[in-house]
Design a protein around this ligand. Sequence first.
Ligand SMILES: Cc1cc2nc3c(=O)[nH]c(=O)nc-3n(C[C@H](O)[C@H](O)[C@H](O)COP(=O)(O)OP(=O)(O)OC[C@H]3O[C@@H](n4cnc5c(N)ncnc54)[C@H](O)[C@@H]3O)c2cc1C
Ligand code: FES
Length: 265
Amino acid sequence: MNEFAKHKIKEARILKIEQETPTVKTFELGVSLDAVPGQFVMVWLPRVAEKPFTLIKTGNTIAITVKKRGGFTEKLFQLKEGSYLGIRGPYGKGFTWNGVKKACIVAGGIGTAALLRLVEELAKNKASVDFVADFKTKSEILFKERIEKVANLHIITEDGSFGTKGFCPDFLMGFLKKNEYDKLYCCGPELMMVKVLELCKKFDLKAEFAVERYMKCAVGLCGQCCLDEWLVCRDGPVLSSEQLLKSKEFGKFYYLKSGKKVAIQ
Ligand SMILES: Cc1cc2nc3c(=O)[nH]c(=O)nc-3n(C[C@H](O)[C@H](O)[C@H](O)COP(=O)(O)OP(=O)(O)OC[C@H]3O[C@@H](n4cnc5c(N)ncnc54)[C@H](O)[C@@H]3O)c2cc1C
Ligand code: FES
């Protein structure tokens, strides 16, 4: 897509809404767009706000999967099939998987959405993939059938209601001791990603992480989404383990909408 077309807000009709879990919905949108797995679009609700979302489907129609959290997602959840919203993008740098024959994917909660198209691309390239996914509880498990078709899925729930009880990094430790991978990919809560990054360092494993920061322009102009010297909207959202190991802010600070720097809890 050329640069001019990419920045134009496209009017997108909501074709289908699927309730994935009690707190997560997938919206299929009537707009045609291609993107590398890991890239994102800006979704605009007039008179509400504009926020970034990863794509779980591209092509003649696209789809986003959204967890209900605050003001924007509450308004999005009120929309019905047939409503319209605005889409611009795709933006940012996606994942890379050239030459990867054996991969480990680590997902936490809604972070699974950012990794869904990646696991399917890896499978198309005949890579063998172990997909480790961490959810709070059984009813919050996402995309189980779609992932099981293309990868070895290991589900962890924090309350033990399905799969292994516990947290991703503890499970991953034993897993990385037993297996050798060409690359690891991760998306989830930032404090979980920090622990996964430490494990990658320990096991000398190359990795890519999809990082979240508050975004406004999404085109590298406003500086809102900075993480050390990088602008997450332009240089990310996918950043390498080499980059993040140098970071002084990853897992520690981010910037609120007002620009105020706050600690990640
Ligand atoms: C590149 C990129 C891709 C994204 N893709 C997706 C996606 O595919 N699906 C999706 O649901 N969201 C995605 N997000 C997050 C999304 O853009 C919104 O930030 C999120 O939906 C919250 O918006 P809100 O206005 O509803 O909530 P807010 O009002 O912003 O937040 C409500 C509450 O949730 C907390 N909160 C907000 N964000 C987070 C967070 N990341 N982790 C923990 N707590 C948080 C806030 O502190 C606040 O207490 C992505 C973000 C980025 C940067
Ligand atoms: S959101 Fe404006 S520079 Fe990234």
